[in-house]
Design a protein around this ligand. Structure first.
Ligand SMILES: [Zn+2]
Length: 198
């Protein structure tokens, strides 16, 4: 519809979550109108992201170091691990002040509509972690209470019970409505969901 270079970039942008054709078009024409400096700043920010951000090979969070600061922090309780869907869930839980353990970031959920989802998320890495780190005594399944979240929690429960029956498994207490998104829960609700986990 537009010139090939413009269409190309629109196509790439449309791979981003919640970006459709119209939004992608708005971005591209905004950059074309705003001039080279803004586009260069953006490119530099993306370059720095690729250059500096590492995966923590313990919890699979993203950060400037591997292991990440949370996994390196000796004051945190190594016996408790909260399993979360996304890296963005970590600051939300941190803000409640109710959790002083460590994390495991799945980077997604099992998805019945996507056969590859099992291989895409960090489930195998969790299994390895639980096999090697015998300090872990409790797992808090802290996934969003939606369909895929429930399915993933059921799978993990079975998997952990089978491989590490000594581990106590809990879930965030009710109070988080079905279909809720952790990232939009208020601190008090989420804080009490952690405190009253079962
Ligand atoms: Zn980490």
């Amino acid at each position: 519809m537009f010139s090939p270079s413009i269409d190309n970039l629109i196509r790439a942008l449309k791979n981003l979550p919640s970006v459709g054709q119209r939004t992608a078009e708005r971005f591209v024409f905004y950059w074309l109108k705003s001039g080279k400096k803004e586009v260069n700043d953006l490119r530099e920010a993306l370059d720095n992201l690729l250059k500096n951000i590492k995966s923590c090979e313990i919890c699979w969070n993203f950060g400037d170091s591997n292991p990440c600061p949370i996994c390196q922090d000796q004051r945190r309780n190594a016996a408790i691990v909260a399993i979360v869907e996304d890296p963005q869930d970590i600051p939300v839980i941190e803000q409640t002040g109710e959790f002083k353990g460590r994390y495991h970031v799945l980077r997604g959920l099992l998805d019945s509509g996507d056969e590859e989802s099992f291989n895409k998320i960090k489930i195998k890495e969790l299994r390895t972690r639980l096999q090697t780190d015998k300090n872990i005594k409790e797992i808090i399944l802290s996934l969003n209470p939606n369909l895929n979240g429930e399915m993933t929690m059921l799978y993990l429960e079975k998997e952990i019970k089978k491989n590490r029956p000594d581990i106590k498994i809990s879930r965030l207490a009710r109070g988080l409505p079905m279909g809720a998104d952790l990232q939009y829960a208020d601190e008090i609700t989420l804080g009490s969901a952690i405190k009253n986990r079962k």
